[in-house]
Write a protein that binds this ligand. Sequence first.
Ligand code: GLA
Length: 695
Amino acid sequence: MKNIVILLCALFGLNRTVDANLRPGVLNGETGKEIVETIHGFQETDQQGEVVLLSSLKMDEALCTDRPMSNRSFGGQPILISGQKFESGLGTHARTVLWVNLQGGSQRFTAFVGIDDEVVPRIVRDELRSAFLKGYDEYKKINGRAVFQIYGDGKLLWKSQVMQAGMPAQKVEVDLSGVQTMVMITSSAADAVEFDHADWADAKFIVTGVKPIVIAPPKEEKFILTPKSSPKPQINGARVFGVRPGSPFLFTIAATGDRPMNFEAKKLPQGLKLDQATGQISGVLKTKGEWNVTLRATNSLGVTERILRIVCGNTLALTPPMGWNSWNVFSRSVNESHVRAAADAMVNSGLINHGWNYINIDDCWQIKHSSKDSMLVGKPRDENGMINTNKKFPDMKALCDYIHSKGLKAGIYSSPGLYTCQGHTGSYQYEGKDAQRYAEWGFDYLKYDWCYNQYSTKDVSLYEQRIPWATMAEALSRTKRDMVFSLSETLDVWPWAKETGANCWRTTGDITDTWASIDGIGFTQNGREIVAGPGHWNDCDMFVVGMMGGGKSPSRLTPNEQYTHISLWSLLASPMLIGCDMTKLDDFTLGLLTNDEVIEVNQDPLGKQAHRISKDENVEVWAKKMEDGTVAVGLFNRGEFANAVKVNWSQLGLNGTQTVRDLWRQKDVGNFSESYTASVARHGAMLIRLRPEGK
Ligand code: GLA
C-alpha cells in the first residue's frame, strides 16, 4: 500500500511539472492531463510544394520490432503529447528506423516529436508489479525516454533533446533540399526501451519532385570471418565443469581435428571413466572435491593437451550453458523427431566439437486439455500425479537416452503456474513430482517460465517473490540428477534470482530476429554484471541466427547484426542457445557458431560478464576480464552508418603496449601503445582480445 501511495504521489508530481508547461484547456479522460489544442497541421506551408504526410508512406520496410502506427500512437490511441493532440503522425516504439528515399524530391521536413501521453498510466500500472525492485523515481528516469534523429545522406541534420514522458513536444524543421536518402531514428535515451512510445506528430514533407518512399537499408552480402578449423587436434569448449556428488556425470570432450581421434585423461578421479574413441567421460563422483584432469587428444596429424577442472560440489553451470532450444524454430509444433534431428545435427555439423551440448525442448510437450488437437489432449497427470506427455512425445526416457548416447544433454520446460505459457500442464503444486519425473526420464536442464502463476504472494518482498522459483529449485536439488535451473521471467528478477537457486535467468522479453530486438536487449545489460558469475548467469534469450520459422525463414538480421549478436552475447556471458533449424545450417551460420576464440570469451572460467566502458552517440565499447589476465573487448556501432570506434587502454585499467587480436578472424592485428581504433560497419562489431606485448 505504501508503495502505491508513493507511486501515485510521484505521478502527480510528474503531472504538476507538466501542467506548468501547458496553457489552460480541457481535461483528457485517460491521462488526466489537459488537452490544450489539436494540431490539424495540413494547412501551413510557407514554401511551395505538395504536402506528403509521413503517416501516408508505406511502412513495410520500417526497421523495428513493432510496426509503426499511422495517425495513432503506438498503443493505437489518438496522438497526444503532453496534452497536445495531433491529427496526423506516426506512433513508433523505439527503436524504430526509417530509411526514406527522397531522390532530391523533398524540400523540407517538419514535425513535432515527443513521448505519447499514453505511457504515463501504463508506467504506474506495470510499476506496481515490480515496485519492490526499485523506486518509481529511478524507474521513470529510465523508461519512457527517447531521442529522435534525422540524417541526410549520412550526415546528422537534426537531433532532439532527450524526450521524456510528459514533456511538451519539440518542433522539428529540416532543410532537405538536394538530399537523396534521409534516415529517421527513434532510439531509447536510456537503457530500457519500455514505454518509449515515440511520436513523429504532424510529420510532413514538402515535396516538389518525386515523393518520398520508405526503403530497405543497403543490402549486405554474407561474409564468413571464422577460419576453417585445423585438421590437427584442438580441445575446445568449457575448461571447468561442475557436478554434484552422487549425480550421473557426463562430459564430452569437445575437440576439432580429423577423425579418428583418440582421447586420454590423466588424473581422472575415481568413479569416472573415459571412452577413448568418443571422448565421453561418464560415471559418478561420490565425494565433493576438485580435480585438474589433463585431457589429451591425438590424431594422425598431432597431439594436444588441455586441463579440465572438475568441481564436485553444489554448483552447476560453472560456465554459461551452450546448446539448442526448440522454441524459435518450431514453437508450438515441436515434436520428438525435431528433437532427435537436432541432436543428430549437433553431432553431424561438428557443433559438438566446439562445446555445444544441450538439446532443449521448450513449451508444448505436455497435455493441453483445452485443445481440440487429438495429439495434445489426454489426462494431464497419471493416478500418482506424475505428469504425462502429449502424443508428440511418446517416450521421453527413450528420447533422453538417445540424446545422451550422442554425448549430449537434454533439456525440458515448465511453468510455476497451473499452465505453461501456451496453456499446457504446468507444475503448480506438483513441483516435487515433476522434478522427480524429469530426473527419471533423464533430463539435465529445466527452463521454468513465468506464466499462469497461481502463487498468491503476501507482499512484494523478495522473500515472497522468490517462493515459486525456490520451490522448484529445492525440488530439483532433491533429485539424484543434475539439472541446470533456468528462469524465464521477463520482469527484472536478476537482482535476486540467484537467491532462488537458479543457474540463469532471463533479463529480457522474447527476442526476435530484428535489429531493434538485438539492440534493445544487448545494449541494455549494463550494470547486471554484478550478479553474474560461475553457476549464475544473466540470460539474454536465445540466438536468432540461421533458419527459423519452422526452418523456412532465414534470420532477418544482416550479417553485421549477426556478428554483433554473437559477439555481445559472448561478452555478456549469456547462456548461448541456438534457436534455428539445426538440419539447415549454412556455412555463414556455422561460421558464427564455431569460432572457438569467440566461444572462449563466453566460456571463460573466471565467469565475468562484460560491462560498458564507453558510449558516444552511436558507438559503444564493452569489455570483460578473462581468467588469464587478458581483456576481451567489443567495439560496437549501433548507428546507421559506418563509424570509427576507439578504446583507450586507460579506460580498461591497462598500461603499456598491448597486442590486439581480432577474435573473429583469429589474427593478431598489431601492437598498440595507448589505444585502438577500428572502423565498424553499420550495426556491426569488432571483437578483440588484448594481451601485453610479448606474451
Ligand atoms: C515465453 C518464453 C519463450 C518461450 C515461450 C513458450 O514467451 O519467454 O522463450 O519459452 O514462452 O511458450
